[in-house]
Design a protein around this ligand. Structure first.
Ligand SMILES: Nc1ncnc2c1ncn2[C@@H]1O[C@H](COP(=O)(O)OP(=O)(O)OP(=O)(O)O)[C@@H](O)[C@H]1O
Length: 221
């Protein structure tokens, strides 16, 4: 069974927006990119995979489970424990240090106390921020802020890592470094990685690609 599988998925927002997604299979542990212009539904698709919303029609399967069949409590547990989400705008807590930001993420996943502290420091060191543990986000560069966000997204060792426009705020050289870190981190964890981007340069770096088009979104690559 593929780690990620979409079958006949349609998402509607009110009367005006209907997004039709191509069928998709991503085997466990693989890395895939979603390419599409603004409004083509990339974020919506990541939200579907994260269980943050359900489709209007069709099925979203992850790790052998149709997400629509999960109870609310099971879906919450799925989101907290199995999914890591790297947001385009990072959404770091400004009043907290880098370490505390990662600890907050771990707390949501149910990891607390000494184990959480050890895990948070370890992952921050792994992304090259060992010297920045007690820095608040405002004292970090954009690339460093993103690495805190990545550390928070993966500290609980998710099986599925979703990244929304991970190069949006970075120049080419920093973007290359960030993508290397993202793909290497997913590989180390054995996580399936799905990256959404509007940038063909990012797409070129992934062997498995899915292109989305503004309504109706129909073509796969
Ligand atoms: N909560 C919402 N309510 C109404 N319409 C929405 C909502 N979320 C998304 N849409 C619409 O759905 C379409 C797809 O949006 P989505 O954010 O998934 O696309 P995207 O490809 O990620 O765009 P971008 O690259 O600009 O982030 C857009 O037309 C958007 O306006």
């Amino acid at each position: 069974m593929a780690e990620v599988c979409l079958r006949g998925v349609i998402c509607r927002y009110g009367e005006d927006v209907t997004l039709c997604f191509p069928d998709l299979e991503i085997p466990s542990g693989e890395q895939a990119v979603l390419l599409g212009p603004s409004g083509s539904g990339k974020t919506t698709l990541l939200h579907l995979l994260a269980g943050l919303r359900g489709p209007s029609a069709g099925e979203v399967w992850v790790d052998g489970r149709n997400l629509a069949t999960l109870s609310e409590a099971q879906r919450d547990a799925y989101r907290r424990e199995r999914v890591g989400y790297l947001f385009q705008d990072f959404y770091l807590m400004e009043g907290y240090t880098a370490l505390e930001n990662v600890l907050l993420g771990l707390g949501i996943a149910g990891v607390r106390g000494a184990a959480a502290l050890r895990q948070a420091a370890e992952i921050l060191r792994a992304v090259g921020l060992g010297q920045r543990l007690s820095h608040p986000p405002k004292r970090l560069s954009t690339g460093e802020r993103q690495r805190v966000a990545l550390a928070r997204a993966v500290a609980h060792r998710p099986r599925l890592l979703l990244a929304d426009e991970p190069t949006a705020h970075l120049d080419r050289s920093r973007a290359a470094t960030a993508l290397d870190l993202l793909t290497q981190t997913a590989k180390t964890l054995g996580a399936t990685l799905v990256v959404a981007t509007h940038d063909p340069w990012v797409m070129e770096r992934f062997p498995r690609r899915l292109e989305l088009y503004p309504h109706p979104a129909t073509r796969t690559a």
